[in-house]
Write a new protein. Sequence first.
Length: 506
Amino acid sequence: MATDGQPAEEPLHCLVTGASGYIGGRLVPELLAAGHRVRCLARSPGKLRDLPWAGKVETVKGDVTDADSVGAALDGIDVAYYLVHALGSGSGFEETDRRAARIFAEQARAAGARRIVYLGGLTPQGVPERRLSPHLRSRAEVGRIFLDGPVPATVLRAAVVIGSGSASFEMLRYLTERLPVMVTPSWVQTRTQPIGVRDVLRYLVGSAGMPADVDRAFDIGGPDVLTYLDMMRGYAAVAELPRRLILPVPVLTPSLSSHWVGLVTPVPASIARPLTESLRHEVVCQEHDIARYVPDGPGRPLPFPEALALALRRVREAQVTTRWSSASVPGAPSDPLPTDPDWAGGSLYKDERELTVAVSPARLWKVIEGIGGDNGWYSWPIAWAVRGWLDRFVGGVGLRRGRRDAEHLRAGDSLDFWRVEEIEPGRLLRLRAEMRLPGLAWLEMYAETDEQGRTRYRQRALFHPHGLLGHAYWWSVAPFHAVVFGGMARNITEAAAKGRRPGDRG
């Protein structure tokens, strides 16, 4: 059986759903390294276009709630990986998860798939399902749907996943680094069994080759059983921080906890809530039967300190391949900018700026591509900070997601409260807003050459309002555009003219 990227004994044709997400984006290259063929199902295939492995896989457009697109994606597939969750907090997300899983199971049967592999959540022993958090309960139900279905299934159940860029790691990292003294919820005393992302991927790849008669769930975890308090202190030790003073209190509910996490860390409350809710009950592996089929080598699975050190090293070396923010944020708009310049869909407000600059387009582009994150937005920092805080206050992502890479962007990257919708290296960067807005918004930046051969910087902010509130929003902020957008255009061209690199100050 192939593990850790070793060539497979029998190459398989694998379908990966959720390939733009944190786990899926890392699983695809591992499957390729193991010798398998890979097809990816994505609602927005453009998000996968710039990934290093994009040219080695087949990508098809579709949605797991659409039976026809799922059926077409599963045609000729041996092993189907289901790595999709409806993370929204609305009342209908459990039904969406349920319906999508049933569609996937039935279409896998119709297509003749040999196996479904699903990564779900580790559930506490002895706790009735009705007492579980809605998100953990839904994951358990999805796993059960696959196990009760007609296609043999491998359901892997994990608790906290430790890896560079994972939501769990980012939450742990920022809480520990930013708060030397913490008044924390009582769930920091709950025991859990974290697992390194490398071992999660190893088990996922190895599951493709399981015997046909294996149709069951497996608990997967690292060798250490720890409280969240232990993990924070462990992080402080690995990161060489002074010992943290942590004072648990019983009054912080999961809802309040998620907002507290949202204030301190880049993880917004909408994502933090399912993470904190899952820590209300002890989640510890009850078996390690997965090793019968995917053997553990020496030192595997990785101990918590080693998994933590690897993740931290990846962050410090700027080698984070995927992040929790790789996937779309619940509630964020996903509509692409229409190609019809006359905008047949209604009102489209614009703020347009153009400036010439005495530098090469390549130098201007370097500044454009380096925008955001620690590099800032080149205009009125307090205004951007306030807008980010307001977004966090209403449950949005705010500015803290930052950048995956300090200098380079690719389609699908999250960038503070934007997402890269389109990038044409050297020419165009189009960002789609994922902040909470009464409408859809985009920001475009161009490095061009005009008729006289001069380098021209062109910038467009576009807003499609939803209802009267959307129109009122645009006109309420319009007086500030000269400062925010005008200042951005001037400062970007000035930075290019002075030859400043992304992140330079002064």
